[in-house]
Design a protein around this ligand. Sequence first.
Ligand SMILES: Nc1ncnc2c1ncn2[C@@H]1O[C@H](COP(=O)(O)OP(=O)(O)O)[C@@H](O)[C@H]1O
Ligand SMILES: [Mg+2]
Length: 252
Amino acid sequence: MISDMETEIIIETRELGKDYHDGDRVIHALRGVNLKIYRGEMVAIMGPSGSGKSTLLYVLGLLHPPTSGAYIFKGQNILEFSKEEQAHFRNRELGFVFQSCDLLANSTVFENLELPLIYAEADRNIRRGKILRALERVGLSHRVDHWSNRLSGGERQRAAIARALVNNPSLILGDEPTGQLDQKNTDIVVEQLRNIARQGFTVILVTHEDEIGSACDRILRIRDGILVSDGFVTRPVSSPVKAGPGSSVSIT
Ligand SMILES: Nc1ncnc2c1ncn2[C@@H]1O[C@H](COP(=O)(O)OP(=O)(O)O)[C@@H](O)[C@H]1O
Ligand SMILES: [Mg+2]
């Protein structure tokens, strides 16, 4: 039997649209995107440059307001929330990992991870435990009191993942999170994100790398703001992907 956790819909969009205005020109960056994403999935958003990948991620992250459509997050129509409620919701339910590492350089790893907890008004006496737990998830407990600018590139990005996890969010969003890493560190970061998805977090990544896409459970392909395909990645029998709706995409 499939448990509720495996089938829980985390987010759903209906006819989601986003226009940008550039002088007199209107850019239809997203056009009628319909999506359902389930708990524990690791999903790649792929497509050519300028196709709307980042826009989709930012709209899902409540960083950009959509122009049209509905966005349901764990059953709630979050576009109806006030700006303040959205900010609170974003802090509690969403974690972000960006391409360029945006850890505060003159602070320790601990201090960097403490900030989102302070914003979420977590008590001082429970913060350290949460920080250590998040670092443990990415194998970085031993770096808790290091200066963040002393970490290697891969460690920095793992610390950024830990920071995204520290409030125990429902959804982790990454825009090309390995875009500035070499192959070895890319592999480590992708493996960490896979681990996190196995632990029940839901991960959505923008990437242009096929190899990263094939490490995900599912690939959404977008072109000119339109979702042109949505398929599950098939793997050898030895590493089955859980069943779900959608067609299969073979990665060879
Ligand atoms: N802030 C903005 N103002 C105007 N146009 C934008 C803005 N952000 C993105 N766009 C345009 O929207 C389209 C989609 O951009 P984006 O989502 O960044 O694509 P991708 O991440 O796939 O490269 C592009 O045509 C881009 O030029
Ligand atoms: Mg982009």
